[in-house]
Design a protein around this ligand. Structure first.
Ligand SMILES: Nc1ncnc2c1ncn2[C@@H]1O[C@H](COP(=O)(O)OP(=O)(O)OP(=O)(O)O)[C@@H](O)[C@H]1O
Ligand SMILES: [Mg+2]
Length: 367
């Protein structure tokens, strides 16, 4: 594969840009909106002990950092991969804090030219953590410069153009690169191989999200009981960022409609107002499922037809609604089209039609 093309990434970026209207403002979107950015700094765990869940990642990272500290060395480069909102930025800040090192934050799209990267690298202090978010979106020349910087702590700065151009080698102080990506599969192998440690972040268990909600409620000075936290956690799609966002909306409701305290009833009523159902599906997700089951008898139906039926762009259905529905086992993408699973019928409280002979849905699930 030619790593310059990155078609998947281009398609996702294009889909994201096309998102306008309801899909762009979803309460259950895992990306950070303006309000998230403002409060997230306050809600971020500051050290590994405070970081909830991701046991394996925490244990491994703890060893890597302790060992580096004991040797008085700079920690190895770390790659953090995982879906949006699972704690990559948070963990990068924790790495710097645990190493007692300053952190510099930049991102792949911000580095257009190799020169941009050279400027950042040459101004790093010894031991500094360089956090490179969306590392899969860096330009190719910058990426190549990064290879040498990571391995030999050296860059070649090109001065001049054409036949007269010369490469001036520049020594760098040892630093720790922390790269983050939502799409580890898009990283060229030579880049991936230069990280000493790769942490893959998984979606969180409901019990872990419950702890996230309790912790955030405490920091926001909101009173919440166990059942209320569980109710929010169950609708948060395995994602701490969504849990924190739902908590803020439930807090609003509790303040306006009740005495500010959150219990199961308040959480349920608040999230009903925002149309986030018991499993974390929002209006768009439900519209897709309902069309699939009610209009097309559970499928198989083509993506374009399904998109027209819900009045959304093809890409919105495919990139925004479907990933979570597939992950939840509510929708399957088959060679013959989209199919609603038995769990989907159950979730919407509908009865699947009885099919007379022929290829029924049973065949599609190999049952
Ligand atoms: N393990 C955790 N424990 C407690 N809170 C967490 C945890 N992980 C993430 N959070 C909270 O979730 C929010 C989002 O986390 P963060 O910004 O680190 O996600 P991210 O993986 O960098 O997302 P993106 O891919 O969009 O950059 C933060 O406000 C943070 O407080
Ligand atoms: Mg981030």
């Amino acid at each position: 594969m030619n790593w310059d093309d990155r078609p998947e990434d281009a398609a996702a970026a294009a889909a994201a840009e096309r998102l306008v209207g309801p899909a762009a403002e979803r309460l259950v979107d895992s990306g950070a909106d303006g309000e998230d950015q403002a409060v997230e700094a306050a809600l971020r765990p500051k050290d590994l002990g405070e970081f909830i869940g991701q046991e394996k990642v925490r244990e491994q990272l703890d060893l890597v950092l302790r060992a580096a500290r004991a040797r008085g060395a700079t920690a190895d480069h770390v790659l953090l991969s995982g879906a949006p909102g699972l704690g990559k930025t948070t963990l990068s800040m924790i790495i710097a804090a645990e190493m007692g090192a300053p952190i510099r934050i930049t991102s792949g799209p911000a580095i257009q030219h190799a020169g941009d990267l050279a400027a950042i690298l040459s101004s790093l202090q010894e031991g500094e953590v360089l956090f490179l978010d969306e590392i899969h979106r860096m330009s190719r020349p910058a990426e190549e410069m990064l290879y040498m910087a990571m391995e030999d702590f050296r860059v070649d700065v090109i001065v001049g153009k054409g036949p007269g151009a010369t490469a001036i080698p520049l020594e760098l102080p040892p630093f720790t690169l922390v790269g983050a990506t939502t799409r580890a599969g898009l990283l060229p192998p030579p880049l991936r191989d230069r990280f000493g440690f790769t942490a893959h972040m998984e979606f969180y268990e409901p019990a872990e999200l419950e702890r996230v909600v309790h912790r955030s409620a405490h920091l926001l000075d909101v009173e919440i009981d166990t059942a209320g936290a569980a109710e929010i956690a169950g609708r948060s799609r395995g994602t701490p960022r969504i849990a924190n966002r739902l908590l803020r909306r439930v807090r609003d409701y509790a303040q306006v409609k009740a005495d500010g305290r959150i219990d199961r009833e308040i959480a349920g009523a608040a999230l009903a107002v925002y149309e986030v159902d018991g499993r974390g599906l929002d209006r768009l997700d439900r519209a897709v499922l309902e069309a699939l089951l009610k209009l097309f008898g559970g499928g198989p139906v083509g993506l374009s037809t399904l998109a027209v039926a819900v009045g959304e762009e093809r890409e919105t259905v495919e990139e925004v609604a479907e990933p979570f529905l597939v992950r939840e086992g509510l929708l399957a993408r088959t060679p013959r089209g989209r199919v609603g699973t038995p769990a989907a019928w159950a979730h919407l409280g509908l009865t699947p039609p009885q099919r007379a002979g022929g290829a029924g849905q049973q065949d599609l699930f190999g049952a």
